[in-house]
Ligand binder design. Sequence first.
Ligand code: THU
Length: 126
Amino acid sequence: MSDQELMDLARKAAENSYSPYSHFAVGAALECEDGTIFTGCNVENAAYGDTICAERTAAVKAVSEGHRDFRRIAIWGNSREYCYPCGSCRQFLQEFSKHMTVLCGKGDGTFVSHPLSEMMPFAFDF
Ligand code: THU
């Protein structure tokens, strides 16, 4: 699957976003090493801090289905800036796959690609 196709899945996943508080819909498409894809969206809550980001939704779906080796993740938000993953999601992803690639998209459909290791240097681990 091309980067563009993975990003298209992320954009589609954003349609299921539950974001009545921020009104910012985010979608993610996570590709595992064996090619399996898990999608996710952000799921907000009246207790704002309980919100789950799209990336973590996808990662939790994957791990709970027995997939721990991630190759790429595409993230799409209807924003003017590229939708980069928050610090918590970077930490969460690197727990499983320090060498994965992160594609960050924005409203106009363009996206950039970065190694996770570049976005999360000196991540906590033990
Ligand atoms: N959000 C994500 O789902 N992923 C990101 O990478 C950035 C932020 C969500 C969380 C919240 O529902 C909304 O975007 C505004 O922060």
